[in-house]
Design a protein around this ligand. Structure first.
Ligand SMILES: N[C@@H](CCC(=O)N[C@@H](CSC=O)C(=O)NCC(=O)O)C(=O)O
Length: 276
């Protein structure tokens, strides 16, 4: 693993690291914030999965999460959203290809050669993190924005007991019914081959549930709200009677101005579950 940068940050350290990925068959870059407490022993870890067009960097520099994570003694990991490189397939649309991995394991050419973001996030990167840094594997939580909210919700529900809590900012909630997400997921997995109980948060909540608290924030002024379908997740939550806080935030759009506004609440929400 190569260290690309390390900076002092809120009493801790914000690092950027690169490693060779078996899952994605290319080099992958991630950001990791370690609070000061990590100097004395393993600390809890909050995963942040980013949305379309993002690298590891967007949330790391725009979400303002480090200040709140430092207050609670929690580490933050900011993975990339897809494999990358000149040898990696891409597409002119921003919601397919590099920057748009959708947290699935592609089975269709040309994507299947590298696009295995489910395995990368759920299997490979955890090993890199827990072997390389002072992180407590028994205390993990997960959040994400938009496509990353879809990733956070679906991965949390697929790994019972791994994550103490899950939250999302303006998540893609029901990709089986939304062209914005359905078309790229069909390209990766093949139309008719998708296990939507794994890759659609509304269907996964009904099929698998989640044994922990959930927090969702959605802006009412979000330009993508019709594709995100917050009403579908609200319905799934009420139908399953899952413990959740679901907030419609008046006037907020889809940007990192929205994410950063509510980041303090999300980190505090996860801290409560991680230190219970
Ligand atoms: N380029 C597109 C919109 C891209 C966009 O808004 N990406 C969001 C996530 S959307 C869902 O996954 C994002 O986080 N962008 C990065 C940022 O730093 O804001 C368009 O122009 O319509």
């Amino acid at each position: 693993m190569d260290t690309l940068s390390e900076n002092r940050c809120f009493g801790g350290r914000q690092g950027v690291y690169r490693h060779a990925s078996d899952a994605c068959k290319c080099d992958m870059t991630f950001g990791l914030f370690l609070p000061a407490e990590a100097e004395d022993g393993p600390v809890p870890l909050l995963w942040y999965l980013s949305g379309l067009t993002c690298t590891h960097e967007n949330a790391m520099v725009k979400a303002g999460a480090q200040q709140w994570a430092a207050e609670h003694g929690i580490a933050l990991v900011f993975p990339d959203t897809s494999p990358r490189g000149a040898d990696v397939a891409d597409h002119e649309m921003y919601n397919l290809g590099q920057g748009a991995g959708f947290y699935v394991n592609a089975t269709q050419a040309p994507w299947s050669a590298n696009f295995r973001m489910w395995d990368y996030i759920a299997e490979e990167l955890p090993r890199v993190l827990f072997n390389g840094f002072a992180l407590d594997e028994e205390r993990q939580a997960i959040t994400g924005h938009s496509m990353g909210g879809h990733g956070a919700l679906t991965i949390a529900m697929a790994y019972p007991g791994r994550f103490a809590s899950v939250s999302a900012f303006a998540p893609i909630t029901h990709p089986s019914q939304s062209d914005w997400a359905k078309k790229p997921i069909h390209a990766y997995l093949g139309e008719g081959n998708v296990d939507w109980t794994r890759h659609d948060a509304c269907l996964s909540l009904r099929a698998n549930g989640f044994a922990g608290p959930m927090l969702i924030d959605q802006g009412t002024g979000d330009q993508f709200i019709d594709s995100l379908m917050p009403e579908a997740l609200a319905a799934a939550i009420t139908e399953t009677r899952h413990p959740a806080i679901f907030r419609m935030q008046g006037g907020y759009d889809h940007s990192y101005f929205f994410v950063s506004t509510f980041m303090e609440d999300h980190v505090a929400f996860h801290a409560e579950a991680l230190y219970r």
